[in-house]
Design a protein around this ligand. Structure first.
Ligand code: GLN
Length: 305
């Protein structure tokens, strides 16, 4: 199949959708983007690459970082972590507090904010003040690109406006499911969200999930096959918050979105895809990005179903 041609077709067909939705406004620094921007990258496990749009331009990865921190936590833990964060879809928005109250401070899954914050807390217990460096190195190694870094302006903007995440941390702390200092958890979580990457870098960084946990760029086993399976399953069922069912229904691939406008999707054993378009639907997922991935699986038949 000629994937470059497929991307060119998507680029045409996506045009009417690029003005739908709104850029995230609760983190003011995220508004400074070209609102109708679009990029899409496909990289297969043999490292062939196909791109359209602004695919080298870094953007804020936001909640896509939750995949990396969960993978890094699973390198170190399994059973202990599964006790602190579940693996069921939440059916609630990404920043919701409600379930924590009656589920003893145990978040439903690692891809909502509460679950990602617990995951980061588990990393701080291991790596102490070096935690963010370990997270960044994990991402740099997965991508084989050591230029990746975080955006200080976005980080500061998140800190200033992060009331809800602070509430999540405090709520979970009251149930003893956050073990480290609030400040250190906040800072590390916001730094990981503020990392900037392009669609090319993100597609590369996720190849290990399409390849049984082995990074095909370096041949390094980042996580074992069974854990790679679990991450893919969670991406399918929980990667788009309360729109995870809709994403599975329309796209049919494991995927993870971020409010920066990025979405990564995995075609198991074949490729990783990343799409970027910063206008979001009401669930906080890229509007045109979801549509582009739907077009991709419709055209190629490459959904997992
Ligand atoms: N940094 C954002 C937050 O915590 C991440 C949310 C997202 O991308 N869905 O609110």
């Amino acid at each position: 199949m000629n994937y470059q041609e497929v991307l060119e077709e998507i680029k045409e067909e996506i045009k009417p959708h690029l003005k739908k939705g709104e850029v995230a406004n609760y983190i003011p620094a995220l508004q400074k983007v070209k609102k109708n921007d679009f990029a899409m990258s496909i990289i297969d496990v043999d490292l062939n690459e196909y791109h359209i749009g602004s695919h080298k331009k870094p953007f804020s990865i936001q909640s896509i970082s939750k995949v990396f921190t969960f993978a890094l936590a699973l390198q170190n833990y399994s059973k202990e972590l599964y006790k602190r964060v579940g693996h069921e879809p939440s059916g609630d928005p990404f920043n919701s507090l409600v379930q924590l109250e009656y589920e003893n401070g145990v978040p439903r899954n690692p891809f909502i904010n509460a679950g990602a914050i617990v995951t980061t807390d588990s990393l701080i217990s291991l790596y102490k003040e070096n935690t963010f460096d370990y997270i960044l190195h994990f991402i740099q190694d997965a991508t084989n690109d050591h230029s990746i870094t975080y955006n200080k302006e976005v980080f500061k903007s998140e800190l200033k406006h992060g009331h809800r995440n602070l509430a999540l941390i405090n709520m979970m702390k009251s149930f003893k499911n956050i073990k480290n200092f609030t400040d250190s958890v906040m800072q590390t979580y916001f730094k990981q969200c503020s990392i900037d990457m392009s669609t090319t870098q993100l597609a590369k960084s996720m190849l290990f999930l399409a390849n049984h946990g082995v990074n095909p760029i370096t041949n390094e086993q980042l996580i074992n096959e069974s854990k790679a399976k679990r991450i893919n399953s969670l991406m399918l069922t929980c990667g788009h918050y309360d729109a995870s069912g809709d994403f599975a229904y329309r796209v049919g691939l494991p995927g993870k979105s971020g409010v920066g406008g990025g979405i990564v999707a995995i075609v198991p054993k074949k490729m990783a895809i990343c799409v970027y378009s910063p206008r979001l639907n009401k669930f906080g997922n890229s509007y045109a990005g979801t549509k582009a991935l739907e077009l991709f699986t419709d055209k190629t038949g490459l959904s997992i179903f």
